[in-house]
Write a protein that binds this ligand. Structure first.
Ligand SMILES: *Cc1c(COP(=O)(O)O)cnc(C)c1O
Length: 397
């Protein structure tokens, strides 16, 4: 029986291994608000890696709404929802989200991680099957692990494989089948093939759940997400308040009334975790009003994305294709991604290198993200920094 000291030595060795492989993540500290520019360790930096797609994270209207909600309803709820933690504003936000997303109702969670962690287990039993895209977010993977349904997995966006898994689930006698996919795959910026997925689901009598964290607020008409972008309907949506909708925190599931009603009875992260604070709820309500009418911000966002992609490609960088504001610059090796992020920081641009375990080994990248608050000058500055960095670290000839 090894002792506590040996256990701590073992953990320290694991950390040393992470460091030796070039996989150690270091957190840079921001002072002041999140935005297109941030003050980071005493320096003003251009920030190209927030999920702040519409630039609302420091929006004065959201701050005012959060303050007003705190003045009206206080700071904390000190309760889960079902004991004494439900404010009228919680129900208002749930109804508002449902209306925005075209669903019957929605239910709030502390984060989308919790929404995905809690949505599968109450809905599906051992007689059922869940079919998951191989690149789905970690929280979907964990949520599926926590449910007793039979698990099937298909290669990312591979519709032949999805059909093979649907057939296997059906031939295996599954009672209900649920396909789960990210609406946008966050490491690549690729969109799920929702029209094809919907058609296959209909052919096999399956349902579709879409996690639309990297789409809600800016993809599709009025920012209603990838189903609206493609003009298809899905059965369940999960999403976050922590990205385009102001960037604070909070998640939700939206769908048919009975699904939401059952989740309220059975979803463990909902039952056993605190209610969202009034400030977040109040600001989220304001964010939805802003977002619905923010065609100007969405136009700016996608204009920035087009300009940024074109500039990087002209400089000779290797990108993953697409039109989404997630623009991954591929460098393959983790140490190179680290070196590039360090060099860009020297030049006043904050980006994050992404490498194992958040992307597969050998597919390291700098994941850049556009937002509506970035100006043409900001992007020109960043393009120059990228070109200089690319040459300095040997990514560009
Ligand atoms: C960010 C993200 C989550 C987690 O959302 P939180 O609200 O931050 O927990 C879940 N799924 C996807 C696809 C995401 O991108």
């Amino acid at each position: 029986m090894a002792d506590r000291a040996a256990f701590l030595v073992h953990l320290a060795e694991t950390l040393r291994g992470i460091e030796a492989e070039g996989l150690m993540k270091r957190e840079r500290q921001i002072s002041g608000p999140q935005g297109a520019h941030v003050e980071m360790e005493g320096r003003r930096m251009l920030n190209l890696c927030a999920n702040n797609y519409l630039g609302l994270a420091d929006d004065a209207r959201l701050i005012a709404a959060a303050k007003a909600a705190m003045d009206a309803d206080g700071y904390g709820m000190a309760s889960v929802r079902f004991i004494c933690g439900t404010e009228t504003s919680h129900r208002r936000l749930e109804a508002r989200l449902a209306e925005f997303l075209g669903m019957e109702d929605s239910i709030l969670f502390a984060a989308c991680f919790d929404a995905n962690g809690g949505v599968f287990e109450p809905l599906l039993g051992p007689e059922d099957a869940v079919i998951s895209d191989s690149l789905n977010h970690a929280s979907i993977i964990d949520g599926i692990r926590l449910c007793k349904a039979r698990r099937f997995r298909y290669a990312n966006a591979d519709m032949d494989d999805l059909e093979a898994q649907l057939r296997a689930a059906r031939d295996g006698g599954a009672r209900f089948i649920l396909i789960a996919t990210d609406g946008v795959f966050s490491m690549d910026g690729y969109l799920a093939k929702l029209p094809e997925i919907r058609a296959l689901a209909d052919a096999y009598g399956a349902m579709v759940l879409v996690d639309d964290c990297h789409a809600t607020g800016f993809m599709g008409p009025q920012g209603r997400g990838t189903p609206a972008h493609f003009g298809v309907s899905v059965d369940l949506l999960t999403g976050t308040l922590g990205k385009a909708l102001g960037g604070a925190l909070g998640g939700y599931v939206a769908g048919p009334q009975v699904v939401i009603d059952l989740l309220r009875q059975r979803a463990r992260p909902y039952l056993f975790s605190n209610a969202l604070p009034p400030a977040v709820v109040g600001a989220a309500l304001a964010a939805l009003d802003i977002v619905e009418g923010a065609d100007d911000l969405r136009a700016q966002l996608f204009d920035n994305a087009r300009y940024w992609r074109a500039g990087l490609e002209a400089a000779g960088f290797r990108l993953l294709p697409g039109a989404h504001p997630i623009v991954p610059v591929m460098v393959d090796e983790a140490p190179l991604a680290q070196a590039m992020a360090r060099e860009l920081a020297q030049r006043g641009v904050h980006v994050a290198g992404f490498f194992f375990p958040v992307v597969p080994r050998g597919k390291a990248r700098i994941r850049t993200q556009m937002n509506a608050a970035l100006t043409r000058d900001d992007l020109d500055f960043a393009l120059e920094a990228f070109a200089g960095t690319g040459r300095a670290v040997g990514v560009l000839a």
